[in-house]
Design a protein around this ligand. Structure first.
Ligand SMILES: NC(=O)c1ccc[n+]([C@@H]2O[C@H](COP(=O)([O-])OP(=O)(O)OC[C@H]3O[C@@H](n4cnc5c(N)ncnc54)[C@H](O)[C@@H]3O)[C@@H](O)[C@H]2O)c1
Ligand SMILES: [Zn+2]
Length: 375
């Protein structure tokens, strides 16, 4: 058996394991059997992922003597809207679940967020298992228990904190993930090094090419390190009541503003926005004299070297944007993380030395944005 990594998320009474490695989809039944209140699961997936992996996951449950059925939603962020959510709830209830039925989310962050939310309210709460299939979902969204759907007021404004019983991150499925999605997820991997683990950032610089090319052992290691970092922060601050969990938003104040400006569409994926946003956060830290300029250059160089967009002018494909600093700041003020008008930034004193601040001078921010727009 090839090596499977395990990370434990320690939460009193609700702790769970994240298993990471190749071949896990085919072992899902065996690995989850003892956790199920009753041998009955309903798998929910998106149509793209279901076509590739639905039957294998279904068969793995069957093989373990677990009754299984499978439902689909269309692939894409729009499946996190109320309409899809309502249809999914009715489709789930059509399956006559009881409180001991377990839901299984097979897909990226969209399916994970949607199904996690559904599990938290179906019959006032049923268990669920995450089988994340994008790198972003494996290192970020499937861990930590945030669930959400979108409204016309913005993304992720309706949701719950609801932890899965198990996460199975099968590294093989990343082989079919489009390169752009893989890179977007990789930005969130780098994030963990930049927050508080400079040795992991060094590792990323040396091993990114192999990892992105499909090296299974390196993928497992990077996902394990990422999950361990997120699990540690989540265990200490499950509901984001202190600034600790906010560190996970490194690059996100800028990133969310860029996403808002590009319309949350295919022009800029979330992880791409976070990559650009992290480069900007380090540049702002350097501009404020908090962080050595050499560290900010190193961050930008690594993200650029793997192929993430680090310059605003490279974003948007054919329909290049006219970026506007005032508009970007307006988006930042609209972000749900902004508290009483104070923008929250995650800045850094160097690689692996991130901290939270609400004291960023607006003129400096303006200067940084103008420079990024001109670059
Ligand atoms: N809950 C959290 O803590 C958290 C954290 C970060 C992001 N999110 C949410 O995650 C969502 C984004 O997730 P995502 O980036 O995984 O996007 P996604 O779920 O939309 O997946 C991206 C695309 O890849 C396809 N795909 C997935 N796995 C595949 C595979 N193995 N092979 C081929 N194609 C595959 C999907 O069908 C989809 O078209 C957003 O809605 C975001 O709000 C949540
Ligand atoms: Zn993110």
């Amino acid at each position: 058996m090839s090596s499977i990594g395990t990370v434990r998320v320690d939460l009193a009474g609700r702790g769970y394991d994240i298993a990471i490695g190749p071949g896990l989809i085919d072992r899902a039944g065996e690995l989850s059997a003892k956790l199920l209140a009753r041998p009955r699961v309903i798998i929910v997936s998106d149509d793209i992922v279901a076509e590739r992996y639905g039957a294998r996951l279904f068969n793995s449950f069957k093989k373990a003597g677990i009754e299984a059925s499978i439902l689909f939603v269309p692939a894409g962020e729009r499946s996190k809207e109320f309409d899809t959510f309502g249809q999914l709830m009715n489709a789930l209830l059509d399956q006559r679940p009881d409180r001991k039925t377990t839901l299984v989310a097979l897909g990226g962050g969209v399916v994970g967020d949607l199904v996690g939310f559904a599990a938290s309210v179906l019959l006032r709460g049923v268990d669920f298992i995450q089988v994340p299939t994008t790198l972003l979902a494996q290192v970020d969204s499937s861990v930590g228990g945030k669930t959400a759907i979108n409204t016309r007021h913005g993304k992720n404004l309706v949701g719950t904190f609801y932890q899965p019983r198990l996460v199975l991150a099968d590294t093989d499925v990343l082989d079919t993930l489009p390169r752009r999605e893989l890179l977007a997820g990789y930005a969130e991997v780098v994030k963990y090094g930049l927050i508080d683990d400079p040795a992991f950032f060094d590792w990323c610089e040396k091993n990114a090419a192999d990892l992105l090319a499909g090296d299974a052992a390196k993928r497992t290691y990077a996902i394990e390190q990422s999950c361990r970092a997120k699990a540690r922060i989540v265990a200490a601050d499950e509901r984001e009541t202190t600034d600790l969990r906010a560190l996970l938003n490194l690059g996100h104040t800028f990133g969310h503003a860029l996403e808002a400006e590009t319309g949350l569409g295919p022009d800029l994926l979330h992880g791409e926005a976070v990559g650009t946003g992290m480069a900007m956060a380090f540049d702002l830290s350097a501009r404020l004299g908090l962080c050595p300029a050499a560290d900010a250059s190193r961050v930008r160089a690594h993200l650029g070297a793997v192929g993430l967009p680090v310059r605003l002018r490279s974003i948007g494909g054919d329909n290049r944007r006219q970026w506007n600093a005032a508009k970007l700041i307006e988006h930042m003020r609209g972000d749900k993380k902004a508290q009483a008008g104070h923008l929250t930034f995650i800045l850094a004193r160097g690689i692996g030395k991130a901290f939270v601040t609400r004291e960023v001078d607006e003129a400096a921010l303006r200067g940084l944005l103008d420079q990024a727009i001109a670059a």
